[in-house]
Design a protein around this ligand. Structure first.
Ligand code: NAD
Length: 365
């Protein structure tokens, strides 16, 4: 791979920017690339990959955590696949200079305002959840979280004498665009949206409800219900199968997406997508750079491989191909293969590369 900037695109050429980052990032991204290449070969799509620097890897080259060339590379691509950033080597740096600051930068730089976090339980892994098997069996939901507004960004914000202030604010256009993401997604899934707010207390939530209700008219086939966030937190534990798409704001989504994800039991299995107005999206595992296992060849690549499945579906509009990757993951797990983080009695232990190879083989089958 040469410097930033892709070669001239042909008609059937998908350009994918790779940002492996730090720690286990390069190990797991390499496996996801193998999987994408196998998909390309099987279904006749040409895929071109170009690597960019981000996080500590970029800082070590003497630059910024998010170099301008990296952002440019992403903007010129159809989709971005990222590993993870950060690690002890850079922990002494002040907040704004740390590798993790690049994450906010890239989302902002690419105009990504919607974060999609699926929680799906693979039948072979129902035992990994801390909840009872009969509660988690068959969970298949997605949390759609607004990413760039709400209380994390509202002004005024700060300290004033003995007070501290954060402001929760949402505008109608901000709510409209995230609502459309959720309804569009529901159309491709089971056709149900649960909009989560705190409309009994918050004015921003009352506006949220009004706007979501209005946007629903554009999607007559989708069923919409509203739920208070405290109830939703409870329902996710009591009966998570009732949910298809959960639509919510920044802070509620931050909390609920972690809660929903943990229903499935393992950090090494959780993918995510961040989307903006167009089809360009950023896909990454939910977990971090796992410095404790870096270089050991034991990291679970499945969260990144499942992120690649989302990439196929949402940025490249390759629904069948995305489903095939998810099917391959389920099949390999059913066959008993496990990386150490999801190991259980009687399983066949494998490392990062073997797991990638097994998924590739399943795709070829
Ligand atoms: P982490 O997610 O990196 O690791 C937590 C635990 O889960 C560790 O024991 C790790 O070995 C394990 N783990 C994580 N991913 C795994 C995988 N694919 N396979 C097997 N085991 C896995 O969280 P942390 O230790 O709190 O953070 C480490 C670094 O990652 C920090 O610098 C943090 O800031 C950064 N981080 C980055 C991101 C990101 O890039 N999006 C997200 C979270 C944390």
């Amino acid at each position: 791979m040469s410097g930033p900037g892709f070669k001239k695109a042909g008609d059937n050429l998908f350009k994918i920017a790779l940002l492996p980052g730090d720690g286990i990032g390069p190990e797991i991204v390499a496996e996801a690339v193998k999987v994408l290449q196998a998909v390309g070969k099987r279904y006749g799509h040409q895929m071109e990959f170009e690597e960019g620097l981000i996080g500590g890897a970029a800082l070590d080259q003497g630059g910024e955590g998010l170099p301008r060339e990296t952002l440019e590379l992403c903007r010129q691509s159809d989709a971005v696949l990222m590993g993870a950033v950060g690690g002890p080597k850079w922990d002494h740096l002040p907040g704004s200079k740390r590798p993790e600051a690049a994450l906010l930068g890239i989302r902002k730089g690419l105009g990504l305002f919607a974060n999609l976090r699926p929680a799906r339980v693979f039948p072979a892994l129902t035992g990994a959840s801390s909840l009872k098997r009969e509660v988690v069996d068959g969970i298949d939901l997605v949390v759609v979280r607004e990413l760039t507004g709400g209380i994390y960004f509202g002004q005024p914000k700060g300290r004033e004498g003995d007070r501290a202030v954060d402001t929760m604010a949402y505008s109608i256009p901000e709510i409209e665009r995230i609502a459309r993401v959720a309804f569009e997604l529901a159309m491709k899934r089971q056709g149900r949206v649960t909009s989560v707010d705190k409309a009994n207390v918050l004015e921003t939530s009352r506006l949220w409800r009004e706007v979501v209700l209005r946007i629903k008219d554009e999607y007559p086939k989708v069923r919409l219900e509203h739920m208070y966030v405290d109830n939703c937190a409870m329902q996710l534990i009591r009966n998570p199968r009732q949910f298809d798409v959960i639509l919510t704001g920044n802070m509620f989504g931050d909390i609920l997406s972690d809660e929903a994800a943990m229903l499935t039991g393992s950090l090494g299995m959780l993918p995510s997508a961040s989307l903006g107005e167009g089809t360009l999206g950023l896909y990454e595992p939910v977990h971090g750079s796992a410095p404790d296992i870096t270089g050991k060849g034991t990291a679970n690549p499945l969260a990144t491989i499942l992120s690649a499945a989302m990439l196929l579906r949402y940025s490249l509009d390759l629904e069948d191909e995305g489903a095939k990757v998810e099917w391959a993951v389920g099949t390999v797990l059913d066959q008993g293969y496990r990386t150490p983080d999801i190991a259980e009695e009687g399983c066949v232990p494998v490392g990062t590369k073997e797991m990638g190879d097994l998924i590739v083989r399943a795709i070829q089958s």
